[in-house]
Design a protein around this ligand. Structure first.
Ligand code: ADP
Length: 251
């Protein structure tokens, strides 16, 4: 990357300090997150790996402002998320975070173009502008020739590319991908991971949650979550970004 500003002078896009999440089901309390400290800087590509039950979804929900911490601080682009009201949180989810889910979450009755236009409908963007931006986003993911196809007329890999286009169309601050290749065959997996690599190369900030080491290997920064606590991985550095090694801290 061409950015030469020292890390110490740059503001993290995401910063968590002492984030804990406790689910209180009445009979038992489950401590899903037990004190998470992390910083993600603009342009970072971070993978968070962990086994089932380790707290990945809980952490993702908090990063994506779908839930708030029980304790601790979470700053998204300088704003303390716990202090935002429901309307402000909904706006962040719609405009600042581009979600990519394992199950694609596309509406089956709508064309690819309409699916990608949807976040812009919620954001109040006019029809002509919506159409232009959604078309551009679909061209960006290599689906300019599939605008009028419905999800059922597309392969799994193509459907996931539509959902990446939907995540991109609002020009979000962060792309948050939860097991984005979990439902894909190996060819489509490569396809989607290459697309995420390209978005990272173009300067996008990506946080990817996965339980697969070879998927995490695409990210320059790899963290592990176990039993609600985050640590560095012992995976070798990614080929794409050795210079990104050390400056990103947990804590
Ligand atoms: P992962 O995504 O890594 O599988 P989760 O974040 O879903 O892990 O879960 C972490 C822990 O929190 C697990 O022990 C899980 O059973 C518990 N948990 C998750 N969601 C809830 C909930 N809504 N109520 C109670 N316990 C929950």
């Amino acid at each position: 990357m061409s950015d030469v500003t020292p890390a110490a002078e740059r503001r993290p896009l995401l910063r968590m300090s002492g984030v804990r999440k406790t689910y209180d089901t009445g009979a038992v309390k489950v401590e899903a997150l037990r004190g998470i400290d992390l910083a993600v800087y603009p342009g970072d590509y971070v993978a968070i790996m962990g086994p089932s039950g380790s707290g990945k979804s809980t952490l993702m929900h908090i990063i994506g402002c779908l839930d708030v911490p029980s304790e601790g601080s979470y700053l998204l682009d300088g704003a303390e998320v716990a202090q935002l009201d429901e309307t402000e949180l909904a706006q962040i989810r719609n405009r600042r975070v581009g979600f990519v889910f394992q199950q694609f979450n596309l509406l089956a009755s709508m064309t690819a173009l309409r699916n990608v236009e949807l976040p812009l409908v919620y954001a109040g963007v006019g029809k002509a502008e919506r159409r232009r931006r959604a078309t551009e986003a679909l061209q960006r993911v290599g689906l300019g020739n599939r605008l009028d196809h419905r999800p059922g007329e597309l392969s799994g890999g193509q459907q996931q590319r539509v959902s990446v286009a939907r995540a991109l169309v609002t020009e979000p601050t962060l792309i948050l991908a939860d097991e984005p290749t979990g439902n894909l065959d190996s060819v489509s997996t490569r396809d989607v991971l290459t697309l995420l690599d390209e978005l990272h190369d173009a300067g996008r900030t990506i946080v990817l949650i996965t339980h697969e080491a070879d998927v995490a290997a695409h990210a320059a920064i790899r963290w592990r979550i176990d039993d609600g606590l985050l640590s560095e991985t012992d995976l070798p550095p990614a080929a794409s970004g050795p210079e990104e090694g050390g400056r990103h801290g947990l804590g």
